[in-house]
Design a protein around this ligand. Structure first.
Ligand code: SAH
Length: 231
């Protein structure tokens, strides 16, 4: 085996271990989600100096002071969408592109929006290089949704919001699912909302702390952070 092939095999082993130890044993039961996370090469989505920690049980820093979520949180959010393949999904906050790749592995058609031009460009080129053709990366403010592609079967926010934007819920199919961390800048509840007007069922999946979504239906930019493209 050449060097590249043997390190890919080593990553595969680490990935299987992560799925067993940090996902399945902790209650992630959807076999399709576990399989998808066994396939996506997370080490390609982290910065080169953090490759050794790609399969650790923690979030990791990415460019522009942002983060790639902990694998367990990615699995929990993905499981909450109950995807069976063929759904249209909107993700707010592309970041590294890892979550979008996991959704695509489940057979979803994914529109994903990123505010930072640097992160958008890096994620778009990586997803293309890895041939994730079902992922459509866009640069802009995801908090307003993507009316031109609506309705979506599911909308997933991977950054926090101060409240559930009604403008996003109406871009869902009926029934549709909305998953997002809602709360203050420092503490949120990961909410799952089943949207089927006039019915709406809300469930809290866990307490959590995500980086903020800065935008029209998100947080205002602050002076010391979040201003990277607000100049
Ligand atoms: N899903 C990502 C992690 C996202 S972290 C992954 O798998 O790696 C949250 C991301 O949201 C950051 O990259 C941040 O730049 C981005 N963001 C912040 N405000 C946003 C907005 N209004 N619209 C789209 N993206 C936003």
């Amino acid at each position: 085996m050449n060097e590249a092939a043997s390190s890919e095999a080593a990553f595969q082993t680490e990935r299987s271990r992560m799925v067993e130890r940090d996902l399945r044993r902790r209650g992630i039961r959807d076999a399709r989600v576990l399989d998808a996370m066994r396939r996506v090469p997370r080490h390609r989505f982290v910065s080169p100096d953090l490759v050794h920690a790609a399969y650790a049980d923690s979030p990791l820093p990415t460019m522009d002071g942002q983060t790639i979520s902990q694998p367990y949180i990615v699995a929990l959010m993905t499981q909450a969408l109950a995807l069976r393949g063929g759904e249209k999904v909107l993700e707010l906050g592309t970041g590294s592109g890892y979550q979008a790749a996991v959704l695509a592995e489940l057979g979803a058609e994914v529109w994903t929006v990123e505010r930072s031009p640097t992160l958008f460009a890096a994620a778009a080129s990586l997803l293309a290089a890895l041939a994730y053709e079902r992922v459509h990366p866009l640069h802009g403010d995801g908090t307003v949704g993507l009316p031109t592609q609506a309705p979506f079967d599911a909308i997933l926010a991977t950054g926090s919001l101060p409240r559930v934007p009604r403008g996003l819920l109406i871009q869902l199919r009926r029934p549709g699912v909305f998953v997002a961390p809602i709360g203050t800048r420092d503490d949120q509840r990961l909410l799952r909302i089943e949207y089927d007007p006039p019915h709406e069922r809300e469930e809290t999946l866990c307490v959590c702390r995500f980086v903020p979504l800065v935008g029209a239906a998100g947080w205002p930019p602050t002076a010391e952070r979040d201003v990277e493209d607000g100049r």
